[in-house]
Design a protein around this ligand. Sequence first.
Ligand code: NDP
Length: 333
Amino acid sequence: NRKYLLSQRPDGTPNRETFELVEEDVPEPGAGEALVRTLYLSVDPYMRGRMRDAESYAEPWDVGDPLQAAVVGEVVESNGAGFEVGQLVAGNLEWADYATASGSALQPVNPDHAPISTALGVLGMPGRTAYFGTREVAEPKAGDTFVVSGAAGAVGSVAGQIAKQSGARVVGFAGSDEKVEFLEDECGFDVGINYKDTDDYGAALDSAAPDGVDVYFDNVGGEITDAVFSKLNVDARVAVCGQIALYNEESVPMGPRKLGKLIESRAQVQGFLVSDFSPRFEQATRQLAKWVSTGELAYRETVTEGLENAPDAFLGLFEGENIGKQLVKVGER
Ligand code: NDP
């Protein structure tokens, strides 16, 4: 059984040295546990926070700890876990070919509803983040201009589409022309801005959002967020979901730097965690699955093959190598 450990804490941007692949015997499930064979593994930006020795909402990993991720896999052994052998499940498991978990920490995955990989993306944690973050925190209304950063990623692409349903004009920041095409042609965004193609984000916003910004769904922070804050309208709302542009900074520059704009705009800024909404996860997943099945909600996945390449898939998040949800395919069904 191959599994990844945190080999050392990254100083700034993580690299291959951050990860160590070790081999061990396939673990035995203890009482109430299942042995799960990994099919898909999710790499997520928040994992960067777990590599740091600092208090956060997700517990830090120690050096030498196995890395963990949301996984979809197949139960290959059950020791009273409440699952049948062969059943598909999702849970927070190790970055490994096989891992054990308590039955109570696993959720069934129904392969008849949608491809099983979607349990980690559009129908999983990122989809739910977009769902609650847009509808209950950002709250776009008809006629609003809604701007989302990290727009072509797992959360951003879904957030923009949900905002579009409410009748808003939707503008997304993303890091390539291919991503802009995905936003405009498949996700129904009004305008995508390739921020890597301009050094004047303010000017790009003036043309994409000529009436200013009523709602901002922030996935990235940094200079894109500075530019958007400068364009906030009166009574604007900002949902702070993520700050990926800052996750690899060892010392974050002081900020936010555009708070003066909040005085004039009387804007409200609200951070949130998807776990705040956990009692209603099932409702969100049902709704997202319905939109996917009717074709109302487009989604993409970028799939890296092989557990051995999971570190590259993770590192690629910070280079913008993914469109939609970044996954690692570890095993065949
Ligand atoms: P994505 O699928 O969006 O992947 C990350 C994307 O971020 C990359 O593809 C890249 O796209 C963009 N990016 C990377 N570095 C930078 C940078 N320096 N400046 C601007 N953009 C950058 O990830 P997720 O959808 O999983 O997560 C999106 C955000 O939401 C993250 O910040 C994450 O931490 C946060 N999050 C928060 C949750 C919550 O509960 N609050 C839950 C889930 C996620 P590009 O090519 O456009 O640069």
